[in-house]
Design a protein around this ligand. Structure first.
Ligand SMILES: [Zn+2]
Length: 349
């Protein structure tokens, strides 16, 4: 062995020893280069649930990335992607730390319940920052807000189309005029995830971004705390489709690369379409919805995209695109109530 090699090896050895300190999480100490699973029990006195979390603590000192799956427990692609990431993320080859909430809303998952936790009928992604003395869902939100989000430098909340939602894959980030730095970093995260479409959530005027008002959304809670954040939406109709699971796994791997938490040259996404305006088509009637288009389709203003019948198969409403753009989301199953969103159309910049 030559002297330079010995020097390099000893430098690597010492940086490995000195570059990283143990990571404390939920009363447990993780040594550099290890991962650990946690089952966090949550109770409101009546109902019990738990939050499964994996923490990967890298060998080298670096950023902390928080990732949530299963905030909606019927959205399976992100949950299964989280399961795959247990093996994909190697703490020995990691710089920094990843806190991965495997299934934030186990009640919704095990109860096969779209949107809401059947234990208290609350939507976790409308319950942030939560309440330590509230219902079970509010306590889950409180745990994530207090014990996970403040530990993170970056945050990604992963969703897909819930049971009735035919949704095209996209990512979204928060744009806030008074927080240009965090907004720009959130945009970078969103662009690194390898999706063709990026939604710009313009939040400067939104109540949920105002101090003193609830943040409602998981990732908005992170953003309000000054943590760059993005949402993934990938998968549809509460189904497991391998290509969407893989797309999420690859997206997180690209993000780790982008944040220099793993080795390799970050891949710059090209040809991303940014969407900063969305139109929602709302149903005027209750009945059966028949979509004539699917998500990801470009439509022109005035194009017929579906119709609604009553319970005796009489057409009571014809549904037209109210603007030209791409269908981000479309109601994909028959039940429809008056006032519900039938489709969301994104205007590509
Ligand atoms: Zn969701």
């Amino acid at each position: 062995m030559n002297k330079i090699l010995i020097l390099l090896l000893s430098c690597a050895f010492w940086s490995g020893l000195n570059g990283q300190t143990p990571f404390e999480f939920n009363g447990k100490t993780l040594l550099p280069g290890t991962k650990s699973h946690f089952t966090i029990n949550i109770s409101d006195g009546q109902n019990q649930t738990f939050v499964p979390i994996t923490v990967f603590h890298g060998k080298e000192n670096g950023a902390v990335l928080g990732i949530t799956a299963g905030v909606h427990g019927y959205e399976y692609a992100p949950i299964l992607a989280g399961q795959k990431l247990i093996k994909k993320i190697d703490p020995q080859a990691l710089t920094g730390t990843v806190i991965l909430i495997q299934t934030a809303n186990v009640g919704s998952f095990l109860g096969r319940s779209p949107y809401i936790n059947p234990l208290d009928k609350k939507n976790l992604n409308r319950s942030f920052p939560g309440n330590p003395n509230g219902t079970i869902t509010e306590r889950i939100a409180n745990f994530i807000s207090e014990k996970v989000i403040p530990r993170c430098n970056y945050f990604v909340d992963m969703h897909s189309g819930d049971a009735p939602e035919d949704l095209m894959p996209y990512v979204a980030y928060y744009q806030h005029d008074e927080k240009p730095g965090i907004s720009a970093k959130g945009r970078e995260i969103a662009m690194s995830l390898g999706f063709d479409h990026v939604i710009v959530l313009k939040t400067t005027e939104k109540d949920y971004m105002k101090e003193g008002l609830p943040s409602l959304y998981c990732s908005a809670q992170a953003f309000k705390r000054g943590i760059p954040a993005a949402d993934i939406e990938c998968g549809r109709l509460g189904r497991v489709e391998e290509r969407f699971v893989e797309k999420i796994v690859e997206g997180i791997e690209r993000l780790l690369n982008h944040l220099q938490m793993t080795q390799g040259t970050p891949i710059l996404s090209k040809g991303i379409a940014f969407i900063d305006e969305r139109f929602y088509i709302i149903s005027d009637h209750t009945g059966l919805f028949y979509p004539l288009k699917t998500s990801g389709t470009f439509v022109r203003k005035g194009m017929k995209i579906g119709y609604i019948t009553d319970f005796f198969n009489k057409t009571i409403e014809e549904v037209y695109a109210d603007s030209s753009g791409i269908i981000l989301y479309m109601l994909g199953t028959p039940p429809v109530n008056a006032g519900e969103t039938l489709a969301a159309i994104g205007v590509v910049e």
